[in-house]
Unconditional design. Structure first.
Ligand SMILES: *Cc1c(COP(=O)(O)O)cnc(C)c1O
Length: 464
């Protein structure tokens, strides 16, 4: 690009002139002077660089209007990069890119309560220092029977920490059918490398027997690890060793038994038509030394990774310097405590959004689809809205084969492709992320809560 002609650009307003305009004053009131000056400089640089034959004819007033448009555009671009609430209309209940489990109201209130100072590492009765998460020990014990607990940043961290603290420089035996990749660069063999534990693979992709584990045990073996293949299934000619058998073998050979169940399910969801998931309490009952799982999958709580198990083993893990690097913050702890209290009260299916969404009845979803459609219809104009039957997914690497019957609203706007309409919905406020199915934009009632109906209707009205 040739250097801009000074003469042509003489009508470009100065930073000071723009600062004196009413439009810019409005922006300064909201965003502060320094921020706005940054946008002004950036906008002027771009206008200089993009000067064309046409814009070179502009007078001062036109340049000023153009500059203000650019400044607003920079503001809008920046706002799209800020973290903001989003309505998840995808029907994927645990949508990792949308923050997985939406928290229960009580968990949200608990985070707010803990936001200033809280007894995160202190015993209020004695004033003595206590480990972070000691507040949850009795809850975990009641819910799962576990003797001891430790909570870290996520399940990947929990696995890494368990391997590092319990097996660094030693072998851990895993079935080849369980060497999972979760996504976001979590691959079990890489986690082993990072931990310093040595991966000892046994069996085959589809079949691993107890004898395979037994034969692989040697002087340098520290543990047997079972990993739940949470985001895929191997079907057909398959065989795997159940956790109770693995625990027995570990005990006989004086090894640790570690179980990665992934989704952290405390409630059997089979009565609601969902496939079987390993329950945390079943692992504890089977006698594992440590079970690890996520807090923000089927537990329905905040992002965290939980290690439950035998006191002496958890104590060894807690003492690792790596544990300090992976510790959770007080807000997460507060939300987790509230979530566990809901589980203990027996209200999980009603109060924990993830579980409420997964177990929502077909007829309820149908009725809510009709209600939502009634809110949107007056705004439709030339757009078309239909209530259709569809299927939702669980997501978050949980229950990959589950397809939950659901109801969706399907929206079509003349002159807009589904992708264009979806983009408008994402960038508009409130932000809505829909699902695109058969080249149509769909809003799946399973992941939309009743409290969001009104704002979703407003958002749709804004973009059509
Ligand atoms: C999801 C999952 C993980 C990773 O959990 P994050 O909390 O996302 O780190 C690890 N193992 C299994 C079996 C999982 O399902």
């Amino acid at each position: 690009m040739s250097a801009p002609d000074e003469n042509v650009l003489r009508h470009l307003p100065s930073v000071d002139a723009l600062l004196r305009s009413d439009d810019v004053a409005e922006l300064i009131a909201v965003y502060g002077r320094d921020t706005v000056i940054g946008w002004i400089r950036n906008a002027l640089d771009r206008l200089r660089a993009e000067c064309t034959d046409e814009s070179s004819q502009f007078d001062r007033n036109q340049w000023t209007q153009l500059a203000i448009e650019r400044i607003r555009q920079l503001r809008d671009d920046e706002e799209l990069l800020t973290l903001e609430p989003v309505i998840n209309a995808t029907g994927v209940v645990l949508h990792t890119n949308l923050g997985r489990a939406p928290l229960a109201d009580r968990a949200i209130a608990a985070m707010q309560n803990a936001a200033r100072n809280t007894n995160v590492e202190i015993d209020l009765a004695t004033g003595d220092r206590r480990y972070r998460g000691h507040q949850l020990d009795h809850l975990w014990r009641e819910l799962t029977g576990a003797e001891a607990s430790l909570v870290v940043n996520n399940c990947a961290a929990a696995t890494l920490l368990a391997l590092q603290a319990l097996a660094v420089g030693r072998e851990v035996v895993v079935s080849r059918g369980q060497l999972i990749e979760i996504g976001g660069s979590y691959r079990l063999p890489d986690v082993f490398k990072m931990s310093g534990a040595i991966l000892r693979e046994v069996g085959t992709t589809n079949r691993t027997r107890l004898a395979d584990y037994d034969n692989a045990i040697g002087d340098n073996t520290a543990a047997l690890l079972r990993v739940h293949p949470s985001n895929f299934r191997v079907l057909g000619f398959t065989e795997s060793v159940d956790i109770a058998e693995l625990v027995n073998l570990a005990k006989r050979r004086s090894l640790l038994a570690i179980d990665d169940v992934g989704s952290g399910c405390l409630t059997d969801l089979q009565p609601f038509g969902l496939p079987k998931e390993p329950l945390v309490q079943d692992s504890i009952r089977a006698g594992v030394d440590v079970v690890v799982f996520s807090g923000d999958k089927l537990l329905g709580g905040p992002q965290c990774g939980v290690l439950l198990g035998k006191s002496a083993v958890i104590e060894r893990v807690r003492k690792s310097p790596v544990a300090r690097a992976l510790r959770i913050d007080k807000l997460t702890l507060a939300a987790l405590q509230a979530t566990l209290e809901i589980h203990r009260h027996g209200n999980a299916l009603e109060e924990i959004p993830t579980l409420a969404m997964l177990t929502a009845e077909f007829d309820v979803l149908r009725r809510r689809a009709e209600q939502l459609a009634d809110l949107i219809r007056p705004k439709l104009g030339a757009a078309k809205l239909e209530v259709v039957e569809s299927k939702s997914a669980v997501g978050g690497g949980s229950l990959p084969l589950a397809e939950l019957p659901t109801f969706c609203l399907q929206l079509a706007v003349p002159g807009l492709s589904a992708d264009q309409l979806a983009k408008r919905l994402r960038i508009n406020r409130p932000h809505v992320v829909p699902r695109i199915e058969s080249a149509a934009v769909c809003f799946d009632l399973r992941t939309i809560c009743l409290a969001e109906h009104q704002s979703l209707a407003t958002a749709i009205g804004n973009v059509i």
